[in-house]
Write a protein that binds this ligand. Sequence first.
Ligand SMILES: *[C@@H]1O[C@H](CO)[C@@H](O)[C@H](O)[C@H]1NC(C)=O
Ligand SMILES: *[C@@H]1O[C@H](CO)[C@@H](O)[C@H](O)[C@H]1NC(C)=O
Ligand SMILES: *[C@@H]1O[C@H](CO)[C@@H](O)[C@H](O)[C@H]1NC(C)=O
Length: 386
Amino acid sequence: MISTSSIRPTMANQLVIIVLVFTSFFPILSGQQLRFDKNGEFRILQVADMHFANGKTTPCLDVLPQQVASCSDLNTSTFIHRLILAEKPHLIVFTGDNIFGFDTTNPARSMDAAFAPAIESNIPWAAVLGNHDQESTLSREGVMKYVVGMKNTLSKLNPPEVQDIDGYGNYNLEVHGAEGSALANKSTLNLYFLDSGDYSKVPSILGYDWIKPSQQVWFQRTSNKLQKAYMGKPEAQKSPAPGLVYFHIPLPEYASFDSSNFTGVRQEGISSASINSGFFATMAEAGDVKAVFTGHDHLNDFCGDLVGIHLCYAGGFGYHAYGKAGWSRRTRMVVASLEKRNKGGWGAVKSIKTWKRLDDKHLTAIDAQVLWSKMSTRRKKEIGRL
Ligand SMILES: *[C@@H]1O[C@H](CO)[C@@H](O)[C@H](O)[C@H]1NC(C)=O
Ligand SMILES: *[C@@H]1O[C@H](CO)[C@@H](O)[C@H](O)[C@H]1NC(C)=O
Ligand SMILES: *[C@@H]1O[C@H](CO)[C@@H](O)[C@H](O)[C@H]1NC(C)=O
């Protein structure tokens, strides 16, 4: 587990610099860096589509008739609380439609309430935008700026080194190796967050937005830089650190599967953009991405492997989001585990596993699967040599 000191102070950007200076004097604040815990694990809880509005007065959609009277946004918060206790995540990722703008009277208050369970837990959290977050009185920029200023969040508005980038909330987070290990100062797991937009701004193209060339160039450069650092001295590694990518709207490639080659269910269409902006190809070329996690289609919760990259849904989480009565709200967990080195101590990432948890009495875990393992890469090479 990362130390409690891993919490990012909620200060304006300028103040962060001052805090960084202070961290050398107050080691308690020095753990802003995400890292693998002493058991060699890093645990990520994905919360997709909370659709939070006004709290207690906001009703649930698509629950059983006998559940209507006692159900509100607060059930969404309770579900997060229970998951935190059960899964003890090191990071909570909110993949958009965090609030449902249309039904929100005050977006800031809605966000305060929606993210409160994460904030109160003192676990670092990260968020991206969906297509509904800006449908109240705040613009997309306004919503993301508000998120970035919240307590304990690692969310960022956009990469500081890029002049122009589409969207708000494009950033990456490094997860360093275990404390005291040879990889303690290297990013052994890379997390990328992108803004998949809301709706097309091109009059001749209808429907949802897509990940733009500017964002893809940023991703490409960031992946390249991280790979160079990881595979360079000191402790040069032979292959890139695995990468995981989080955003809201699924890519058109999510439609490449059927029940014969995915784990989970598809109960509605894949609501991606009507054109393909090529982000899947960009990720495949980069070579480090092992899995992509989206939300948006609440009734789909599958994970399928397309040319070595798993494309995964989390399934609908929020009670004010459309769903299916009698089909439990759910979440997706991802756990990356380090390999044990011969001389003791932890090494690089050995495997990445996932499962879902249902909001039922026992938070039933279903559909556990391995998304990636170092072994499989070696095996692939062996097979390639035959
Ligand atoms: C919502 O929460 C209330 C209060 O805890 C509970 O009685 C009810 O069963 C929950 N509803 C659903 C659909 O989980
Ligand atoms: C990592 O950085 C810390 C702080 O600079 C240093 O004390 C430690 O020796 C470094 N560990 C490795 C394995 O390089
Ligand atoms: C999944 O299986 C279907 C046939 O049932 C096939 O058309 C499709 O290409 C497969 N997808 C992948 C990614 O292997």
